[in-house]
Write a protein that binds this ligand. Structure first.
Ligand SMILES: [Zn+2]
Length: 179
């Protein structure tokens, strides 16, 4: 019995030892790439000092895996980085949303609860970092009393599907706009 437990524990440690470094390497590589993109805080007028990291918070039964950026309704939302709009989508939780791929199609940037899209925005449009894509709102499951942008980053899989990817906390990578 004791020998079985020892083996079991040893197996777990082996699994951890083998499994974690590869994941850490991916995370470190992602972090390096995202830091190099100098992503902008995607809501005009919001500063780094006022950002709050809500990535790990619970939202109902699941982890938030995004950050919420509160701002008055109608505040312009801008592209965090360069890249193409791949999908404009209306969902029950997200309301009016934008999915944008970065120029290497390695990451997706997701903007939700928009009040409306910027004029001329369409699927396939290449946005430059800081270019307007919509306006802060509370569409979807956001409280109408607390308009905010829900912003997420996903690492895309090999099939680069806009609707799936591994969530990455945007908080460390968002920078103040240059004045
Ligand atoms: Zn949110």
């Amino acid at each position: 019995m004791v020998r079985h437990i020892t083996f079991f524990v040893a197996s777990i440690f082996t699994f951890i030892a083998v499994g974690v470094p590869a994941e850490n390497e991916t995370a470190a590589a992602d972090a390096q790439l995202l830091a190099a993109r100098r992503l902008l805080i995607p809501v005009v007028g919001v500063t780094r000092a006022s950002l709050r990291d809500s990535f790990d918070e619970r939202r109902g039964a699941s982890r938030h895996e995004a950050i919420d950026i509160p701002a008055p309704r109608g505040t312009p939302v801008v592209a965090a980085g360069d890249g193409r709009v791949v999908k404009l989508f209306k969902s029950v939780p997200g309301g009016l949303t934008v999915y944008q791929f970065d120029t290497d199609e390695k990451f997706a940037y997701y903007y939700a609860h928009l009040d409306r899209y910027a004029e001329g925005l369409g699927e396939g449009k290449l946005l430059k970092r800081g270019e307007r894509l919509g306006y802060v709102g509370s569409t979807g499951n956001a409280s109408s009393a607390a308009p905010h942008l829900h912003f997420a980053i996903f690492r895309l899989g090999p099939d680069t599907s806009w609707w799936k990817g591994a969530p990455i906390n945007p908080y460390p990578f968002l920078n103040d706009a240059m004045r």
